[in-house]
Design a protein around this ligand. Structure first.
Ligand code: C5P
Length: 404
């Protein structure tokens, strides 16, 4: 995404909602930054925002009229909020208070800002700023989750000393970061438009009886990040997921499965339409040979479980992939490159994303990963420690370069 930092927001219509909070002063800097990028900015201030910063400040920075309260102009507000809602390429709320987040999550539109947001189909980006306890409040978190599910983007507050003297999470993200995120959302390439991407994620669980199962530590984070990024780049995305607590990324079609055999069935049904298949799931290699229909009672000192090999979904896909791009994942604890190269050949992959469970920052529950990408010609690309979401973009870039 760094390419985007230098890109301009020329002629983009940005509606900036400013709520009441001391971080409102940072919204002035944000306005100034965006204006320098040639964007057209319409600022809407809530009543309480106007207590912190004046209308004139935003007017001078945006060179546009600033709207403070819809009831100031009873004749025009209705037209105005609709016209702004329609014209906006993105609506950014920075700072966003718990109050406004709560209203949006619950369908309350009682001022110019909330009515505009609700009437708009534009991209929405929210930068919360509030006291730590308030931010961590379950109701606020639930409202944020609701909005994320509805496709709102969030830029997390940072930790630090807050205006109230408390130390913790709640400081609005810096204007520079918000600017970068706006660019990412407005200027990102739709290079997967018209493509279908099939992603698998999470663990599988293999039942022993109606009560017990065997599984692994996979959380699904990598696959969910890939699915989310693929949608944001314009793809139609099917996500076949083993049991995972992660929320479904907006726009992704999720297919929940439990066992490797379930995953096999789901993947085989969906693979035909896919242009790119990314198998990041940690599929169990074995299942219980005989699943008991009743709970197994404890009796003997030793209890032996017989396992049976599961189909290797990826290998089966490799046999029939044709011109589809097929990408595997490999998690190793030793001989990473050698083992990964063998898998690329054996499973007929375009490339494999391999990580060593013992490397710091890599692995199951982390938000980061450190990997090597090994392609079918044997090239090894070292990818340093980075967020799984950034790695998702790199994997998609590489997939697109193959699927031209
Ligand atoms: O051979 P190994 O299990 O290490 O290969 C990992 C890759 O193969 C992953 O992409 C995983 O999703 C896939 N896999 C599969 N079916 C299995 C086992 C692994 O699709 N039964």
């Amino acid at each position: 995404m760094n390419k985007l930092v230098k890109a301009m927001l020329h002629n983009k219509n940005i509606v900036l909602g400013v709520c009441g909070g001391i971080a409102a002063y940072k919204a002035c800097e944000l306005t100034s930054r965006l204006k320098k990028q040639d964007a057209n900015i319409d600022v809407i201030m809530t009543k309480s925002a106007a207590e912190f910063v004046t209308q004139l400040t935003f007017q001078s920075l945006s060179l546009n009229q600033v709207i403070t309260d819809m009831f100031d102009k009873p004749k025009h507000w209705e037209i105005e909020h609709i016209s702004l809602a329609k014209k906006a390429d993105i609506i950014v709320i920075a700072p966003a208070t718990a109050n406004v987040i709560g209203k949006l999550a619950n369908g309350i539109a009682d001022d110019m800002l909330t009515t505009t947001v609700m009437a708009s189909k534009a991209i929405k980006l929210i930068a919360p700023a509030m006291n730590t306890n308030m931010y961590e409040n379950v109701v606020v978190q639930r409202n944020i989750e609701t909005l994320k599910q509805l496709g709102y983007y969030f830029i997390e507050p940072s930790e630090g000393r807050l205006a109230c003297g408390d130390i913790g999470k709640g400081k609005m993200a810096e204007p520079e970061l918000i600017e970068t995120k706006i660019k990412e959302l407005l200027l990102k390439p739709q290079d997967l438009e018209g493509k279908t991407v099939l992603v698998t994620a999470g663990p599988t669980i293999e039942a022993l009886d109606p009560v017990r199962f065997i599984t692994n530590h996979s959380t699904g984070k990598m696959g969910f990040a890939i699915a989310e990024k693929a949608v944001s780049r314009g793809a139609k995305v099917h996500l076949v997921s083993g049991p995972s607590n992660l929320p479904t990324p907006y726009g992704v079609e999720r297919h929940d499965v439990e066992s490797a055999l379930d995953m096999y069935d789901a993947v085989m049904k969906l693979m035909e339409k896919a242009d790119i298949i990314i198998k990041s799931a940690a599929v169990a290699d074995y299942r219980i040979a005989e699943v008991s229909s009743e709970k197994i009672k404890k009796s003997e000192e030793e209890f032996v479980i017989k396992l049976k090999k599961n189909p290797d979904i990826l290998q089966e896909l490799g046999k029939i992939k044709g011109s589809k791009v097929l990408i595997g994942f490999a998690m190793e604890t030793q001989n990473l490159i050698e083992n990964a190269k063998t898998k690329v050949a054996k499973k007929n992959l375009d490339f494999i994303v391999a990580n060593n469970l013992k490397t710091e920052g890599a692995g199951f529950a982390a938000d980061t990963n450190v990997v090597k990408i090994i392609d079918k010609s044997g090239n090894v690309e070292d990818i340093p420690l980075m967020k799984k979401s950034d790695l998702a973009d790199i994997i998609l870039d590489k997939a697109i370069s193959i699927n031209k």
